[in-house]
Design a protein around this ligand. Structure first.
Ligand code: MOS
Length: 743
């Protein structure tokens, strides 16, 4: 049987998804039905609720209750009870807790009714009087008051800027060639297809079953236990499918708190589904004002890198990631310095969004490197190669593997980069200006402790269980592939259970770490299954494996076989039947080995072609080649889809996406996917994904993960191509046609 790992295997849950059999959080029904909650959002950005008149709403037939801070069930009073696994430093938001309003769109009441239509209508009848306070939602107005990030927890410290090296200010001042400029990335929202929703089912024995849209069922379970003083056995959280998360579901969101509040108040099962505009009151990618200074020799090597950033967060939590550190990691440079300040705005707390920190930070670095290449009259690929770093200079250690040179080479070949005329405005396609741009991408390769249970039945079926989520990335499928290979069974003999807090421990699905974590976890547990099978096989009369050790055995084609002597085999079925065993169950925790001697990263090279209408400034991204080095690829089909999706999003970041706030009201003006522009089919043309070979021994399977690398660098590649096409350098995203008016 050929291995499944590495093959372009179609999603095992694909048929369930396209036929509607796969259920999402808002689709679980119970006998007797559910009540529907509709949120009343605040219409001011900051202040207090003076009064809430719910009488008209309560008078609507079919309304069960209107919950507000005045009449809600008890909730915890301490910040620590609201801290989830990935909460930043600060005081987490508490929905319907008190009369304070901290952002526009904040849920301030929940109308619960027999139907969602009644609930929504009644919600429109709730009258609110506020006492407004002055607010600020404009990062440019707040930039002078931004404060240096100050970690108050070990988690916070992980994301503080890296230590400087050398004397960057002096080296920059003395450099033969300098580039120093400010770049801007606006607030962006996640916009997953599936709306955030929670269905809380009252089980009658005092326990609750919760279907919630989340990237971490156990995180939500712990959080609900904290907020409502419940025990883990009182609440089971499930999320078998998720229609896109991108980081917006790492932290528990308010829909689940509201649904639980209503379920507890009424002792009825309750569903809360956010509307698309309400989705914009969840987290967002923080806006980022950044200044990059690059100092180089005339020979195209770097002497100095300075990276100063301002990112935004709420007034109540300090969310930030290591936005600036990528600059000093990616290129060889003896002198580097970083600064990161936070602007506190009257908005919800910002949060992780696909490749948090790297997507905006590397955009600026890679746009700046392009500008440096122009100043040096050097090909952009050649500049990257002259500045190539084989070591992580923050930690002064090598990488476990880094095939970025191959990414540049294979990407350039596939794209036809050698035919590029370096002169801006020199290439044309009919009346369009044509531009070719390059950028580098980088992300982390992480593995987390995880527990996997496998139950092998004598009929040759195996069930693999772990509380991880599949946020649409293909986790079900890669888990089945790895288990099939590790157990020597056909793919369709494997069933996967995930997205259920009652299953063995998993971290949230994020950081691109789940593939490496769960796949190696499956291998560990499969080894325990194999050892148990060997114990049974040895008990058989004249066992061909009587003196074999588990390590020299493999499970293949339903057999326990010696790696050295293919004649020595025992079938799994025979071993179990002889032992009188119907099922073998093993549950093992896999904790990644500490490897402080090496750094673990994934890399990419992105080549983009744009056609720009010279009269109108309309930009089309006609071709992208993304060459990715991310260790072993488990599934070339779902992996390529991950990268492709990241490239599409990168096109959006470059050309379309921007959350627009009316700062007079602190309210988002384009809180819907008609006016918040994302790439549509007509914006997406030819995208080619290349995985370069990158053997890595950081974990037994050599996996690095690639959920996030796909977006990193894409916006810069497109922006650099736009410069090459037009000769106009736009340093504030998105590059809309009005910004190209002077070309
Ligand atoms: Mo990812 S932004 O860690 O879901």
């Amino acid at each position: 049987m050929a291995p499944y790992i590495g093959t372009p295997t179609s999603r095992i849950d694909g048929i369930a998804k396209v036929t509607g059999a796969a259920k999402y959080a808002a689709e679980f029904n119970v006998p007797g039905g559910v009540l529907y909650g509709s949120i009343v959002p605040s219409t001011i950005a900051k202040g207090r609720i003076v009064s809430l008149d719910t009488s008209a709403a309560m008078g609507v037939e079919g309304v069960a209750t209107v919950l507000t801070h005045d009449n809600r069930p008890r909730m915890a009073g301490r910040d620590q009870d609201y801290k989830d696994d990935v909460a930043p430093d600060g005081s987490p938001f508490r929905p319907l807790y008190d009369d304070r309003v901290m952002f526009n769109g904040q849920p301030i009441a929940l109308v619960v009714a027999e139907t969602s239509e009644i609930a929504r209508f009644a919600a429109s009848l709730v009258r609110v009087e506020y006492e407004s306070e002055a607010h600020v939602t404009d990062v440019f107005r707040q930039r002078d008051d931004a404060v240096p990030v100050k970690a108050t927890s070990p988690e916070g410290a992980m994301f503080a800027p890296p230590k400087p090296r050398g004397d960057a200010a002096k080296a920059l001042a003395a450099a033969a060639v300098r580039h120093d400029a400010e770049y801007y990335v606006p607030i962006e929202h996640h916009n997953p297809m599936e709306l955030y929703a929670a269905t809380v089912i009252v089980e009658g024995d005092g326990t609750f079953t919760v279907y919630d849209k989340t990237q971490g069922v156990q995180n939500v379970q712990r959080y609900l236990c904290g907020v409502f003083g419940m025990k883990p056995e009182d609440v089971r959280v499930m999320s078998p499918f998720m229609g896109g998360g991108f980081g917006s579901g790492l932290r528990p969101q308010f829909e689940v708190v509201l649904a639980m509040l209503a379920a507890r108040a009424l002792q009825r099962s309750v569903r809360v589904v956010l509307t698309r505009p309400q989705m914009y009151a969840l987290g967002y990618r923080p806006a980022m004002i950044q200044r990059i200074g690059l100092g180089a020799t005339t020979g195209g090597t770097l002497e100095a890198i300075t990276h100063d950033a301002i990112t935004v967060t709420s007034q109540y939590e300090d969310f930030y990631r290591q936005e600036t550190g990528w600059s000093g990691l990616l290129y060889k440079c003896a002198n580097a310095k970083y600064a990161h300040r936070l602007a506190h705005l009257d908005l919800p707390t910002s949060c992780d969004m696909r490749a948090p920190s790297a997507a905006p930070g590397v955009y600026a670095l890679e746009a700046a490197m392009d500008e440096l290449a122009v100043a040096l009259k050097l090909d952009p690929v050649e500049l990257r190669l002259r500045c190539y770093s084989d070591r992580d200079q923050h930690e002064n250690r090598p990488f476990s593997s880094k095939a970025l040179r191959e990414c540049y080479r294979q990407g350039a070949d596939a794209f036809g980069w050698s035919k590029r005329n370096p002169e801006p405005r020199s290439m044309r396609d009919g009346s369009d200006l044509v531009g070719w741009g390059l950028a580098t991408g980088v992300w982390e390769a992480m593995q987390m402790p995880i527990t996997v249970r496998i139950v092998l039945s004598a009929n040759g079926h195996a069930e693999v269980a772990c509380a991880t989520s599949d946020i649409g990335t293909g986790t079900y499928t890669i888990m089945a592939q790895v288990a099939a290979d590790a157990l020597g069974l056909p793919l369709d003999s494997i069933s996967i259970k995930l997205g259920d807090s009652s299953l063995p421990q998993s971290p949230v699905e994020g950081g691109s770490w789940i593939a490496a974590s769960v796949a190696n976890g499956i291998v560990t547990t499969a080894e325990a299954i194999r050892a148990e099978l060997l114990r049974l096989a040895k008990q058989m009369p004249n066992s061909p494996l009587s003196n074999a050790s588990s390590d020299e055995l493999t499970l293949v084609d339903g057999q326990l076989a010696s790696k050295h002597d293919s004649a020595r085999t025992v079938s799994i079925a025979d071993a179990m039947r002889h032992g009188g065993v119907e099922r073998i169950e093993q549950e093992k925790t896999t904790t990644p080995a500490e490897d402080t001697a090496r750094s673990h990263n994934v890399h990419s090279a992105i080549f983009a072609e744009v056609n720009v209408d010279e009269q109108l400034g309309v930009v089309r991204v006609t071709r992208v080649v993304s060459a990715v080095a991310a260790g072993r690829i488990l599934n070339t089909k779902t992996a390529a889809s991950q990268i492709l999706g990241g490239v599409v999003w990168g096109i959006g970041m470059a050309l379309h996406e921007e959350t627009l706030i009316d700062h007079r009201f602190g309210r988002i003006m384009n809180a819907n996917i008609a006016e918040y522009h994302v790439p549509v089919n007509a914006d997406v043309h030819d995208i080619k994904v290349i995985f370069v070979d990158e053997p890595d021994d950081s974990n037994p399977l050599g996996i690095k993960g690639l959920g996030e690398i796909g977006i990193v660098g894409v916006a810069a590649a497109v922006a650099n191509a736009v410069y090459h096409a037009t000769g106009t350098r736009v340093r504030n995203l998105p590059i809309t046609l009005d910004k190209l008016h002077r070309m």
